[in-house]
Every structure is written in structure tokens, then in C-alpha cells.
Design a protein around this ligand. Structure first.
Ligand code: UGA
Length: 437
């Protein structure tokens, strides 16, 4: 099938490459000439395991190309919209400028029978509004909403083998045609019996934001429990294991620590709250404000634990920060709890040296005031305290015995509850976890 993908950021670049990998003929379009240049050269502008490989193989097959010219979308039957919906400046609402601009620029190039497919995360009601815009253009194209559930770090796998597909379609024949086209796009997932929900626009939009809201709530729930565990001497990891065995609860997303970040969960729960308030239903999701507050509190908690553990004033201390990206397997530092902790400690006057396998470059752009090192050894050398805030395998594998010989004071604050506390203590470290005695 001929497909265009408008927006070649995280979502779009992966989607375009994956669709070409699945055998479709794809053009990826973005207004950012630099990004397009990099992609066309086979180099993704961000770190995502597996993406360089499928990008290169799809381009070599001739099925994938990139352009800054929206006119190149003409001739495709399906046009995916994968542009960003960041948090609006000065507000909690989502900024829909890029989605609106993408649709407007696409309109002149649409033909009868084309299907425009929204993948961006949008406030409920957006798809209905955009469907009316497309209809009014008289092109004869229609709209579907097909939310994306990919996780950074596993984006290629999640796109090629999604755990479910959701189509929000118009009622009647237009919806049936949209479903048939999307089934063709996702033929390989269909063949693999991937669960499919065909629904209306509003439900499809809400599925996405409510899924992210649920995941955020789960993380904040366990973090709230870890605060209680700290106050009572209980062990949050054992608690999570024990409640996680209940299949109704499940163990995933019950890791207490410095909390969630990234380009999705934080902004999505805020945008959801803002949209619910617009709909006069702010009370229904008022708990998400608490979810956000609990989450942000974990960053303060890790900073406070560090200050308390130090044997000298923070402005005379060297603090080694292990981790900058918002989670492992990613170079994304948007709203990263790890970077936030590093910045806060630096703001308090600490000599912060931070390391991360992938996140240094992006962190340096935002916070040039921090000292970065690509060497774990250099980062640890003479440190008065070590703070682990992203659970990269490289950090989990640090040998506590040899690490103890590098630092000035062997204190480790495990902001991800990921280390073997007993092993670190046995090597002479003061080990501090969150809700972990
Ligand atoms: C999230 C969702 O998981 C995806 O399903 C969704 O498609 C995506 O947002 C999106 O909206 O595009 P992602 O942002 O890649 O994916 O990251 P997650 O794996 O969800 O992790 C989010 C944050 O939660 C990370 O900072 C992670 O460290 C933290 N986390 C996760 C915890 O603190 N504890 C846990 O137990 C799990």
C-alpha cells in the first residue's frame, strides 16, 4: 500500500520505517529539514534500539523515502498523522498547533477515498472536529483515529507486533471502508491474531489517554505506598511482589522509585485533566492531580535523602549522578526525573557529575551547567554520595567492592530500588532505597 506519514519525530519515524519494513511503500514527511536529512541518510535523530537497522533496510529496498514537501503525500491511500502534541506553554492543556497545521497542509493533496489516520495523542473531541474539517474540504477523504501504544526503547517491536489495535472510525459505510483499509495496513498484525477494537472517535482517543493515566496512577500508587513503607519500616519491593501476584493487580509498573517522566505520561495526565475540566467533568479525574503531585514529590524525596545522607554541606560535596534519561534504552530526557534530580542538586550548590549511556548529549543541550562524564569510574571518583536515578544495566552491573575504592564516602541512594542492597551493604556502603529498609 502507498502510505504517507506526516511528522517524523519519535512516533512518525518509527511508524514510517516499520510500515516500510512490513512491505508498504512509504513516504515520511516533516517540516524539519535537518531531521529529514538525517533520516534520509539512514541516521535516526534519536536513540531507539532496532530503528537504524529497519530504517536502513527499508531505504535500501526502495520502499521508504523522506521529504520536507507535503505534496509528496499525494497518491498515498493512507496518511498517518504522527506529529507531537506537547504541553501548551503556561497551561496543562495539549498544544494542537502541529496536528492542525499537518491537516491543513495535507488537505490540498487528498483524493477521494483517501484515509487520514490520526496517531497523535489528542484531547477527546479532536478527531470529530478534524473529521469535519476534512469533510468540508470536499476532497472525499475520511478520517480514522488509531492511537499508538509504543514504548520508547521497544518502539520497533511495539509497532511491528502491537499488543492491540484500536480503530476509531466514522459511523456507517465510511467507517467500514476505513476499517478495511487499516486491516490492509496492519495485515501482518491481523494474521498474528492481534486483538482489534473498532470503535468511535471519542472512545479511541480516550483509550489512549486513559491507558497512560492508568499506568501513571499505578506508578504513583506504589510510590505513595513506598512513602508509607519508609514511615513504617515496611519493604516496598516485597509488598509489590506480594500484591503483584494477584493477577487483577499484576506486578508490572509497580516499581517504586524517583517516578515517571518522558514525553508522554506527565503531559498526557495534565492534558487529560485540562480536557476533563473543559467538559465540566474535572472532578472525575481530579485524582490525576494527586498522581502528578505524588510523582513530582519523589524527585524531592531523592534530593532530600541525598542532602540528609551527606556528611558535609551540599555546596562542598561532589555528588555522582548515575542516569539522565527518563528510562533505560532511551536518550530522551524530556521531563526526566533523573535529570531533574541532577539539576536540583546542582542548584543547591553540589558539584554534580552525571553519566548516562545515551542521555548526555540531550541533557547538555538543556543544562550546560552540569558536568557530564562518559566514564562511570570518573563519575564516581571522590564522590561524597552516589545517586542512581535511571536503571541502566551498566549501573546495575557496577561492582560495589571496586566502586567503594573510587568514592570518598560510600553512600548510595538507589532512586530506582534496583540494586542488591545486601551486596552493597556487605561492600561497606550505606545503601538507601525508597521504601526499602
Ligand atoms: C508510555 C506508555 O507506556 C506507552 O504505552 C505509550 O504508548 C507511550 O507512553 C506514549 O504515550 O507514547 P513511555 O513514555 O515510552 O511509554 O515510557 P514507560 O515505559 O511507560 O515509562 C514511563 C516512566 O515511568 C519512566 O520514567 C519509567 O522509569 C517510569 N516507571 C515505569 C516507574 O517509575 N515505575 C515503573 O514501575 C514503571
Amino acid at each position: 500500500m502507498k502510505i504517507s506519514v506526516i511528522g517524523c519525530g519519535y512516533l512518525g519515524a518509527v511508524h514510517a520505517s516499520a510500515m516500510a519494513e512490513l512491505g508498504h511503500d512509504v513516504v515520511g514527511i516533516d517540516i524539519d529539514a535537518h531531521k529529514i536529512e538525517q533520516l534520509a541518510a539512514g541516521k535516526p535523530p534519536f536513540y531507539e534500539p532496532g530503528l537504524p537497522e529497519i530504517l536502513t533496510s527499508a531505504m535500501a529496498s526502495g520502499r521508504l523515502r523522506f521529504s520536507t514537501d507535503i505534496a509528496e503525500a499525494a497518491g498515498a491511500e493512507v496518511h498517518f498523522i504522527g506529529v507531537g502534541t506537547p504541553q501548551k506553554a503556561g497551561s496543562h492543556a495539549a498544544d494542537l498547533t502541529y496536528v492542525d497545521a499537518a491537516i491543513q497542509s495535507l488537505l490540498p493533496h487528498l483524493a477521494a477515498g483517501d484515509l487520514v489516520v490520526g496517531k497523535s495523542t489528542v484531547p477527546v473531541g479532536t478527531a470529530a472536529r478534524l473529521a469535519a474539517v476534512i469533510e468540508a474540504s470536499g476532497s472525499g477523504a475520511t478520517l480514522a483515529w488509531n492511537p499508538e501504544f509504543l514504548r520508547e526503547g521497544f518502539a520497533v517491536k511495539d509497532t511491528i507486533r502491537p499488543d492491540r489495535l484500536v480503530y476509531g472510525v466514522a459511523p456507517g459505510e465510511a467507517g467500514e471502508q476505513a476499517t478495511a483499509l487499516l486491516n490492509e495496513v496492519y495485515a501482518s498484525a491481523m494474521a498474528a491474531q492481534t486483538p482489534l477494537i473498532v470503535t468511535d472517535y471519542a472512545t479511541a482517543e480516550l483509550v489512549k489517554v486513559s491507558a497512560n493515566a492508568f499506568l501513571a496512577t499505578k506508578i504513583s500508587f506504589i510510590n505513595a505506598m513506598s512513602e508509607i513503607a519508609d514511615a513504617s519500616g515496611a519493604n516496598i519491593t516485597e509488598l509489590a511482589d506480594a500484591i503483584g501476584f494477584d493477577v487483577r493487580i499484576g506486578r508490572k509498573f509497580l516499581n517504586a522509585g524517583v517516578g515517571f517522566g518522558g514525553g508522554c505520561l506527565p503531559k498526557d495526565i495534565r492534558a487529560f485533566t485540562a480536557r476533563a475540566e473543559e467538559l465540566g467533568r474535572g472532578d472525575s479525574v481530579a485524582f490525576l492531580k494527586e498522581v502528578d503531585a505524588i510523582n513530582l514529590r519523589q524527585r524531592q524525596r531523592v534530593v532530600a535523602m541525598t542532602l540528609q545522607a551527606l556528611d558535609k554541606p551540599v555546596y562542598t560535596a561532589k555528588v555522582a549522578v548515575l542516569g539522565l534519561s527518563f528510562k533505560p534504552h532511551s536518550d530522551d530526557v524530556r521531563d526526566s526525573p533523573a535529570l531533574d534530580v541532577a539539576v536540583q542538586l546542582r542548584g543547591l550548590g553540589a558539584d554534580v557529575v552525571a553519566t548516562d549511556p545515551q542521555g548526555i548529549e540531550n541533557s547538555r543541550l538543556r543544562h550546560p551547567q552540569l558536568t557530564y562524564s562518559t566514564s562511570i569510574e570518573e563519575t564516581l571518583r571522590n564522590a561524597d554520595a552516589v545517586v542512581l536515578v535511571t536503571e541502566w544495566a551498566e549501573f546495575k552491573q557496577i561492582d560495589p567492592v571496586s566502586a567503594a575504592t573510587l568514592v570518598r564516602v560510600p553512600i548510595i541512594i538507589d532512586g530506582r530500588n534496583t540494586l542488591d542492597a545486601a551486596a552493597w551493604r556487605a561492600a561497606g556502603w550505606t545503601y538507601l532505597g525508597l521504601g526499602r529498609p
